[in-house]
Design a protein around this ligand. Sequence first.
Ligand SMILES: Cc1cc2nc3c(=O)[nH]c(=O)nc-3n(C[C@H](O)[C@H](O)[C@H](O)COP(=O)(O)O)c2cc1C
Length: 366
Amino acid sequence: MMDKKKKAGIIVDVLMFALLLIQMLYVFTGNTAHEILGIGFFACVVIHIIIKRWWCASLFKKRESKRSKLRLTSDIITVLLICCIIALMLSSMGVSRLIFPWFEYLGSADLHRYLATAVLSLAALHGGMYFIIRAKKKKKAITLTALAVIAAAAVGLALVPYMNRHFKKVDISLSEKVSGDKAEWTGGRVLTVYFTRLGNTDFDDDVDAVSGASLMIADGELMGNDQLLALMMQDITGCDIKPVTITGKRYPSSYNDTIGVAMDEKRNNARPAIEKIDISGYDDIVLIYPLWWGDVPMPVATFLEENDFSGKHIYLIATQGSSGFSSSTATVKKLASGASVEEVMSIYCDDIPDSRQRLYEWVKNR
Ligand SMILES: Cc1cc2nc3c(=O)[nH]c(=O)nc-3n(C[C@H](O)[C@H](O)[C@H](O)COP(=O)(O)O)c2cc1C
């Protein structure tokens, strides 16, 4: 019969792994549940380490015989996992809005996501190594473990972000997300120029407002991600905002078809015609754009080439599904001749509705 300690250990391990998977589905659980379940996860980790404390002691023990290669690999994975869990715990506090709002370090949501994915994959490996080492029929155990690790990594790396972006409906209250503290724009006169799919696309009536489609519903109306950011900038600073709007053929309603069209445009270095935007009365331009194929969308390239930016400052805010600023900064520097160009922030598409505070802090402290 299995003793009580062992049973408790297995229950904690299963709970820990289940919590880790649930935590990856942040967009479905929401922030409050995510933070509370996060505490539960770290509590399970602490209990797991207490139960396995013999392993920590064995790490530093002098050995008569050499550690087998398998055990050495397993120990390295475990040490790495513990380091990542500690970093994840600190970054959880850094991004916390509910339980640890006073913790001001490691506040990057991107870092938090990367660490969570690393923990998930290493945890799967760590569990796998445990079974391999103990398995009598090694071949079968290795195959099963390899499958489990691939499945866990696939869930963490691909399936969760895919589900988040393609099945999560984004339905927001505009006043709740956009209105708030004001900050004065110091320096010159400022204009926010943004590009978004909405206004440049003939959407079908039944298009899905999911974050992966770069769309949301705000107060019952369709809204573009970057449009929402522009409205936030306007509310914070009182600045004028202007969209980049194409005048020719519009983009297709389907997200995937738009990807194809955008690829052709980038390949051909196209300059789609746009409505004129007069920037002559402004010193500072805040340029908000989605990354399209790691670059500015080609209509934004048109805007940059058509205007005289001599002596002006351009502040870049990119939105993206993973890629930071990619090569967009270099493109803006090349096309907006005479301007000084500064990267401000690159926002992951799921984080856009909750980005007002970041924008406000930037304007206040710049
Ligand atoms: C045509 C197209 C290409 C894209 N290319 C990238 C890319 O290269 N890298 C990335 O991280 N995200 C990419 N995305 C995701 C968008 O940058 C992201 O969803 C953005 O928030 C969309 O903003 P919008 O709703 O204002 O159009 C692409 C989206 C589209 C539609």
